[in-house]
Design a protein around this ligand. Structure first.
Ligand SMILES: Cc1cc2nc3c(=O)[nH]c(=O)nc-3n(C[C@H](O)[C@H](O)[C@H](O)COP(=O)(O)O)c2cc1C
Length: 219
């Protein structure tokens, strides 16, 4: 049975994140990160917080709907932090996502002396672009998102990728090789989405829930 103070820590961390967002200082960040670490350390019995889910969002059409994945994950008990590529910032509403998650949207490397971001317990990359998948597979780490992804397989973090690339890009040898390389390192791909002909329009839903289901299987 989880003691009541554990729930108080979870709730306190969440409320503090929301309240201090506007006046965030390095000291506040450290207090918040400490609370996150404590809350993760004590959520041993499958209680209200499953863990911290990192959602890496890239610059592709469905990115603007990533709040849907956040809601689904929160409904399953995850605390969520969104990690955006710099290009994805044009596609997402950063303030809305910070309000929704209670966590900062991280998109650039911290400056020396700034506190580290908390490590994710599991990661979903969605939508994943041709660009990010290929760079990741080749060890490139020139965005914060790629830096997180570069380390995660070696740390045993479950990772699920939901690409959104058209059929011309999905068929390229480079992309297929990248998927295969990452799979060989334990990264799970849910493929076959967004593979419509280049420059065509489409309004089919992006299946965020498949990524969430897969990451829960992987964990
Ligand atoms: C409106 C728009 C839609 C795009 N859609 C896709 C897409 O569905 N898949 C993709 O791989 N790239 C897409 N791109 C191209 C990427 O945004 C571009 O390759 C970018 O460099 C990716 O950066 P990132 O991987 O760091 O997010 C799109 C670009 C624009 C402007």
């Amino acid at each position: 049975m989880r003691p009541a103070w554990v729930d108080a820590v979870h709730l306190g961390g969440f409320v503090l994140r929301v309240l201090l967002k506007a006046s965030r200082t390095p000291r506040c960040e450290r207090v918040l990160d400490g609370m996150v670490l404590v809350s993760r350390a004590v959520s041993w019995d499958g209680g209200s917080v499953v863990g911290l889910l990192g959602v890496v969002v890239c610059a592709a059409g469905p990115a603007g709907g990533v709040g849907e994945l956040v809601s689904l994950a929160q409904g399953r008990g995850w605390d969520v932090q969104v990690i955006a590529t710099p290009s994805a910032l044009d596609f997402i509403d950063v303030e809305a996502l910070e309000r929704q998650t209670g966590n900062p949207v991280r998109w650039r490397y911290r400056k020396p002396g700034e506190p580290r971001a908390p490590l994710s317990d599991a990661i979903i990359v969605a939508p994943a672009t041709y660009n990010t998948v290929n760079k990741w597979a080749h060890g490139i780490s020139d965005t914060y998102a790629l830096g997180v992804l570069a380390e995660a397989p070696g740390m045993g973090t479950p990772i699920v990728v939901l690409p959104f690339v058209n059929s011309a890009l999905a068929g390229r040898h480079a992309f297929k090789e990248s998927v295969s390389t990452l799979r060989s390192e334990g990264v799970r791909f849910v493929t076959g989405y967004g593979e419509r002909p280049p420059r065509s329009e489409g309004d089919d839903r992006f299946p965020w829930e498949l990524a969430l289901r897969e990451v829960e299987r992987a964990g």
